[in-house]
Design a protein. Structure first.
Lengths: 313, 364
């Protein structure tokens, strides 16, 4: 392999990490909502709200970090609709989540029109990390990125630690496995579920905001293009583990980067088939992941999607 | 403090009041959204009503939009009753359109019309059914989550459609646009109301509603579906073949969505293109829920939401109000409806706060 090939591969994998970051945030968020027992199928809707709001704030203030934070919060606030309907009112979580996706896509179509065809002239700058970025191969791929990508690494590691090594994590897992037992342990089931649903929305918003601010630099109607659903699929692939989510997100980021690269160099495969690749692969992976999860006797949180009623029984 | 007491049955009046109130609240939320944009919501709603119900022609366009909603929701009701979440009507509709268009594009225009249309109807239903049976089999035998699998198949179907439209199915005379050649007369569904686009598809829809109603009320299959919906495990122990029922119900559901796609290309647009409105597949989910999974009620709800859709296209053209407002209204209706389950399933009492007796904590 000569030097130029080497650079192409590094550029491709670096793009894979960026594309994967769009998925990593929402996948981790959904893992925690599901761990608390709340299935939120509105990831696509929350992402696209975060994407639009993040774009607008960045465009107006010329501060990508502020845009990212506000986009993140916008995703969290969107999730509160689902939290209220499914936790307080004990509504059907599948339908409520779908409604959230329809809402997010409609909301951003309705308010987003005047932001189409504008380009951000500020992007989060690349900050090579001293020493780490000098590691051959790995360094330029993972440690020559912007601050938002680094944020996603920190979130994945910190959330893994919280999930498995802290009391908060124990309470969270108990809530999703057996809410009544968690209640008896003194856990406030409703508050726990509200918080983690909100948290899931925050990270979905973050993924969307990264899409417009860090990745694309423009706003397009419906631009999340099903990434929210891929993130939900990755939750199963990751077996509800935030560190596994990194593997899944970068794998799919890699497919996305690869198909864009193939289109850019003008291979003869039709672009519609290349565009299909991430969805087709997710479909195949979800089948395999389901079989593996079953073989390993890992299951989804036992009370996933089941509303808790403190007074019943 | 609120206390909830479980209801034995939901009063029929609530089944009418709750959806009605949901629609009203949905419209109010939509109005607020329009107001925030600096547009007068009354003007928008007025235009929407005019665009949906004011004249024979606009009402006929509402029926045109209601037709696929009636067909798709009838099938969705069947699978939703067994708690199988078919979110894939979007893709099944596209596959139905592709399968049926094949014959319209590549078969001779001289084939007698009844034969051609029969072939296209069957092809559309087979296309939709195939796309629905894949996730049904995966769910029935391997427990693959059907929400995710049906959704991903939607995107895959869309890219298959794009592949054909940018590839071999594109009309050389289309100036590079992704359009097939226009369907010859023998591949066009007859229109049943003169000077409108209302076509035989509406009759298909009415037949579908009756068939689904009969299946649910009068057949063993319908009975098993309801038992599975109430408790799949109990149904299994009672000797019901759950997997088989899932696959058959999904085949029917997919076939009806595929038929809706066929009706759209053969009865309305008369060619195949990328924009064939598969979003009906999502709207039909809302129709099914607003109707509390009753196929006959669903056909009326379909006319209501069909009006919202066709009125929505009108306000987009006339007032430049983006179509997204329709989705905001629809989702708000759905949130209120789902949130109101607590009132249909429970009797709500207001009382002063008191601690939960210790015996109720952790006890089974």
């Amino acid at each position: 392999m000569n030097a130029s090939h080497h650079l192409v591969i590094i550029a491709l994998l670096s793009a894979a990490v960026q594309s994967g970051t769009i998925l990593l945030f929402p996948t981790i968020g959904e893992i925690f909502a599901e761990r608390a027992g709340i299935l939120n199928l509105g990831v696509e809707g929350m992402m696209i709200v975060g994407a639009l709001i993040g774009f607008i704030v960045t465009y107006v203030t010329k501060n990508p970090y502020l845009g990212f934070i506000v986009g993140t919060i916008a995703g969290g606030l969107t999730a509160l609709i689902h939290a209220f309907v499914s936790i307080t009112l004990r509504g059907n979580q599948v339908v409520s989540g779908l409604a959230l996706t329809i809402f997010g896509l409609g909301f951003t179509n309705f308010y987003g029109q005047r932001w189409i065809n504008l380009k951000l002239n500020v992007t989060p700058s690349v900050l090579p990390i001293p020493l780490l970025s000098k590691i051959p191969f790995i360094g330029p791929i993972f440690f020559k990125q912007d601050a938002l990508v680094y944020t996603s690494y920190i979130v994945a590691i910190v959330m893994w630690f919280i999930l498995y090594k802290t009391k908060v994590g124990v309470h969270l897992r108990a809530t999703g496995q057996n809410a009544r037992a968690a209640d008896a342990m003194g856990v406030n089931v409703y508050a726990t579920r509200y918080w983690w649903t909100f948290f899931g929305g925050l990270l979905a918003g973050a993924g969307g905001a990264y899409l417009t601010i860090g990745y694309a630099s423009f706003w397009l109607d419906g631009m999340t293009a099903g990434r929210g659903w891929i993130a939900i699929a990755l939750v199963i692939f990751a077996m509800w583990d935030p560190l596994n989510a990194m593997i899944g997100a970068y794998l799919f980021g890699g497919i996305d980067a690869l198909q864009l690269q193939l289109q850019a160099i003008g291979v003869t495969i039709p672009s519609s088939l290349l565009n299909m690749l991430p969805y087709l692969l997710t479909f195949i992976v979800i089948v395999i992941a389901t079989l593996v999860v079953r073989m390993k006797h890992i299951s989804a949180p036992k009370e996933l999607g089941i509303p808790y009623n403190r007074e019943e029984k | 403090m609120l206390r909830f007491e479980k209801r034995e049955t939901t009063p029929a009046s609530l089944k009418f009041i709750v959806p009605t109130v949901s629609v009203i609240i949905g419209l109010i939320i939509g109005a607020i959204a329009i107001l925030i944009k600096g547009v007068n919501p009354l003007h928008v709603y007025n235009a929407l009503l005019i665009g949906a119900y004011s004249s024979k022609y606009t009402f006929s366009e509402t029926l045109v939009a209601a037709t696929p909603l009636i067909l798709i929701s009838a099938g969705l009701i069947l699978v939703f009753k067994m708690n199988f979440w078919n979110i894939g009507a979007y893709g099944q509709y596209i596959m139905g359109a592709i399968f049926s268009s094949y014959f319209a594009i590549f078969w001779s225009p001289n084939i007698p019309k009844p034969i051609m249309l029969t072939v296209m109807v069957i092809a559309g239903m087979v296309g939709g059914a195939i796309w629905a049976v894949i996730p049904a089999l995966l769910k029935a035998y391997w427990e693959v989550n059907e929400v995710i699998s049906t959704l991903l198949l939607n995107y895959i179907a869309l890219f298959i459609l794009k592949y054909f439209m940018y590839g071999t199915w594109r009309d050389p005379l289309s100036h590079g646009f992704p359009l097939s050649k226009p369907f010859p007369n023998n591949a066009q569904l007859p229109r049943i109301i003169p000077h409108t686009r209302v076509n035989l598809g509406l009759i298909f829809g009415i037949i579908a509603v009756i068939v689904i109603w009969i299946i649910l009320k009068k057949t063993k299959f319908g009975y098993e579906i309801r038992v599975i919906g109430e408790n799949a495990r109990a149904a299994h122990y009672a000797g019901i073949n759950v997997a088989k029922n899932i696959v058959i119900a999904m085949a029917i559901s997919g076939a009806l969505a595929g038929l809706a796609g066929m009706v759209q290309v053969s009865g309305i647009i008369h060619l195949l293109q990328i924009k064939i409105n598969p979003d009906y597949g999502y709207t039909a989910i809302i129709v099914a829920w607003l109707a509390y999974l009753d196929p006959i009620a669903a056909s009326f709800v379909a006319v209501l939401l069909g009006g919202l859709a066709s009125g929505g296209y009108q306000i987009q053209i006339v007032m430049h109000v983006p179509f997204g407002i329709v989705n905001v209204i629809e989702s708000s209706i759905l949130f209120v409806l789902i949130g109101s389950e607590i009132f249909t399933k429970y009797r709500v009492h207001f009382e002063r706060k008191k601690p939960i007796p210790v015996s109720k904590i952790g006890g089974e």
